[in-house]
Design a binder for this molecule. Structure first.
Ligand code: ZN
Length: 180
């Protein structure tokens, strides 16, 4: 087993922006002595993260989960995403968390974390179509289910949090500790 110079624990080469040159990007990554964890934000990008990871004997791993912004239909401005050059603005594709769909991906030996999951109140404020309380409750419930999945498969969480730190610590510590 080789030893990497650096491990980039959060990359998105599994996203559509890299659908034509993902493997080239990963080859350059490995050639530079860098390992990475490809992070899913929905079921299809989570699956793709695992598919990429399966193709490499070492150095490419997956995190699988449902990002909170994909719970509501929201507009994401490319200018506002750092390092998003070449990535067009997009509307989120709405998904509901399915424990049964994510569990086999979570159990996969190349999957090293559950996420990205968590809470995001920033874009909700700007572009929400539901009222804030409903969205917050849905995000909390979805986060709770992913904490439960992480506990079941005994893997760490890959957390996304924006403008929601107090709630994240509250729900996170409550649900992580609830069954200790
Ligand atoms: Zn991310």
């Amino acid at each position: 087993m080789s030893i990497p110079k650096l491990i980039d624990i959060h990359s998105h080469v599994n996203f559509n922006a890299f659908k034509n040159d993902g493997h080239e990007v990963l080859k350059r990554t490995l050639d530079a002595g860098v390992w990475t964890i490809l992070v899913g934000s929905q079921i299809d990008t989570s699956r793709r993260a695992v598919e990429y990871a399966e193709k490499y004997p070492e150095g490419i791993y997956a995190a699988v989960g449902l990002h909170p912004i994909h719970l509501s239909d929201m507009y994401v401005d490319a200018k506002e995403i750092s390092a998003a050059e070449g990535v067009p603005s997009f509307h989120t594709r709405v998904e509901r968390f399915s424990y049964d769909a994510y569990k086999p991906l979570a159990m996969h030996p190349k999957t090293v974390a559950i996420g990205e999951c968590g809470l995001d109140y920033y874009r909700v404020m700007e572009h929400g179509t539901w009222n804030m309380e409903q969205i917050k409750n849905l995000q909390a419930d979805t986060f709770r289910q992913q904490i439960a999945l992480a506990r079941e498969v005994k893997k760490p969480l890959m957390i996304h949090c924006r403008n929601a730190y107090e709630d994240l610590l509250h729900y996170g510590s409550y649900y992580v500790c609830a069954r200790l």
